[in-house]
Design a protein around this ligand. Sequence first.
Ligand SMILES: [Zn+2]
Length: 349
Amino acid sequence: MPKIAFKCIPVVLLVLLSTNTYAQEAKTETPSKAEATAAPIPVLIVDGQNGYHGDWPKITLMMKTYLEDTGKFKVDVYRTKFLMNGKREAEFPLNDGKKYEDFKESKTDPDFKPEFAKYKLVINNFGFNAAPWPEETKTAFVDYMSNGGGLLSIHAADNCFPQWKEYNLMTGLGGWGGRTEKSGPYVYYNDKDEIVRDEAKGKGGHHGPQHKFEIVLRNSDHPITDGMPPSFLHAQDELYEQLRGPGLNMTILATAFASPEQKGSGRHEPILMALNYEKGRVFHTTLGHAAYSCECVGFITTFLRGAEWAATGQVTIPVPKDFPTGTEESVRKFDEREAKETATESAKH
Ligand SMILES: [Zn+2]
């Protein structure tokens, strides 16, 4: 606690009183003794193939930086040696001594065998048209999740693996890759605030042009959303819609209205979801198309809190004071140079 001169106290009180309700309710940002001395939560980001999403190497670095900046996580990255859409990989290398090759078409990396069990959370930053993982790796991942692992699916990670039944049970909903009514129902909210599971025939996955949109909470009792304001304006991004899948053991935490003016479905589409898969936990965010989308404080906060929940079942990360409101966005520009230094430093250890 910094020393406060007596004459300053009224000013401090004034600031406290004028701070919005949500910031007041947020837990203190000073970690408790127990938290400060706790070992960091081990996290693994996997990536390497992500069609239409050329920012993926940068977004991996952004996620790693966001997580490690909290002091609560230690993040490793495991990348397939066969990249797809990997032009920007050279700008954001892992410096891990591995040789990477970039291809137009994705292909399975037979050596991709992360040690999932070493981690409390796996973040999937693969995306559209990623090649299937080796069978042995798929089995290891299902075992890991069944035994209480954590998964975070960001944006196009829900485009992945349309044929892998267990993966689709984990993420609940997905899009593209040939998904149809055979993949499961469309799941959304209607105008009466009812959840609809729509078995109609049709393709899974659509989005209109990128734009800023309001994200509305549907569940404030969940640890991830507890203390968040009822809605926030998200920075420019794709609004994923008409996703379909089994949608089991799934809590829709937040939706966004896919406006017909933006070539949207006219439905309130799931944006943030929490799921259970066997003993495992999954946080699914459809946000994060481009690096600028991931600079939104709403994205950062829900990503961090979702990561903590999927890893531990609890959330201690506060809602920050610069969290966006329902009508005003809030972004934190990502400092590429500083972040690169962080990556280089951590690769040395
Ligand atoms: Zn996208």
